[in-house]
Design a protein around this ligand. Structure first.
Ligand code: NDP
Length: 333
């Protein structure tokens, strides 16, 4: 067995030196517990925040302890009456080849309903983030302009498609020509901006949004968001979902002050955490599943093979290496 520890707190962009792969014994499940073999693990931008020793909505990862996150695993030994060998489950588990969990700590998943990896992406945390953040806070209306940053990622690609389902005109911002072409040609976004190529992002976004911006779903923060907020219409709504462009900054970023744009446009900007909506997850997942079945929603996954490549996969999020949900395939069922 092997697990991955956080051994020091990163300053700026994390490096391999902040982590350690350690050999450990396979743990023994006690009564009410199961032994789990990790099949797929999810690497997510929010984990960068947990590597800092700062107060947030989840406690920091502890030093010299295993990192944990979303995992799909197979029950290989059961001492629980709820789960049996061969069951597939999802839960917040250690970055390890094998781990032990209480049965109540994991949820059984049905491989016949959707590919098992979808539980970590479109039908899981990122899909639900897009669904509730966009619909509850953004509340897009027919014909309105919805701009989404981080548009080709797990959350952003779902946001854009749900906005299309609601009849909005959708503009995506992403960082490569491959992503731009995917958004336009595969997902049917109405306009796209490559922020790495655009030069003047404000000008490029203005051209893409001739009628201004009614909803800006913010995944990235920084200059991209300054540009989007400069184009707000009256009563615009801004679900503040993520700020990935700021997560690795060593010094706080003091951008242009944009509150004036919110004020003069009577705009609403609201931060949220997907778990705020936990009591509605079932309903959200059901709707997302239905849209998938109806072909109204598509998703991509970027799957890196091998537990050894987990850190590379995580760091790739900050370099834009992923189109769609970034996952690591650890072992075969
Ligand atoms: P993604 O799949 O979108 O992966 C991250 C993407 O961010 C990269 O592919 C890259 O795409 C883009 N990116 C990286 N660095 C920068 C940068 N400096 N400037 C602009 N874009 C950058 O991740 P998720 O979909 O999982 O998460 C998207 C956002 O949503 C994150 O900010 C995350 O923290 C947040 N989030 C918030 C939740 C909540 O509850 N509020 C829950 C889940 C996610 P590109 O090539 O386009 O640069």
């Amino acid at each position: 067995n092997q697990h991955i520890l956080l051994t020091s707190r990163p300053k700026g962009m994390p490096t391999m030196d902040n982590f350690k792969f350690e050999d450990i014994a396979i743990p023994e499940p006690q009564n009410g517990q199961v032994l789990l073999k990790t099949l797929y693990l999810s690497v997510d931008p929010y984990m960068r925040g947990r590597m800092n020793d700062t107060k947030s909505y989840v406690p920091p990862f502890e030093l010299n302890k295993a990192i944990s996150g979303g995992v799909v695993a197979e029950v290989v030994q059961s001492r629980s009456s709820e789960l049996e060998e061969g069951d597939l489950v999802i839960g917040n588990l250690d970055w390890a080849l094998y781990s032990v969990a209480e049965d109540a700590q994991v949820r059984k998943i049905d491989p016949d309903l959707a590919p098992i990896t979808a539980n970590l992406g479109i039908l899981g945390m990122p899909g639900l983030t897009a669904y509730f953040g966009l619909l509850d806070i953004g509340n897009p209306q027919q014909g309105e302009t919805v701009v989404v940053s981080g548009a080709a990622g797990a959350v952003g690609s779902a946001v854009g498609q749900i906005a299309k389902i609601k009849g909005a005109r959708v503009v995506g911002i992403a960082g490569s020509e491959e992503k731009i072409s995917y958004l336009k040609n595969e997902l049917g976004f109405d306009a796209v901006v490559n922020y790495r190529e655009a030069g003047n992002i404000r000008k490029a976004l203005k051209e893409a949004c001739p009628d201004g911006v009614d909803v800006y779903f913010d995944n990235v923060g920084g200059e991209i968001s300054d540009a989007a907020l400069s184009l707000l219409n009256q009563n615009a709504r801004i679900p503040l979902c993520g700020q990935i462009s700021l997560y690795n900054l060593e010094k706080a970023d003091h951008g242009p002050r944009i509150q004036g744009q919110l004020l003069i446009n009577s705009a609403l900007m609201k931060g949220f955490i997907v778990s705020n909506y936990a009591s509605h997850f079932e309903e959200g997942a059901k709707q997302l599943g239905q849209w998938l079945k109806d072909g109204k929603l598509k998703y991509e996954e970027n799957i890196v093979e091998g537990f050894d490549n987990t850190i590379d996969a995580f760091l790739g999020l900050f370099k834009g290496e992923n189109l769609g949900k970034q996952l690591v395939k650890v072992s075969e069922p």
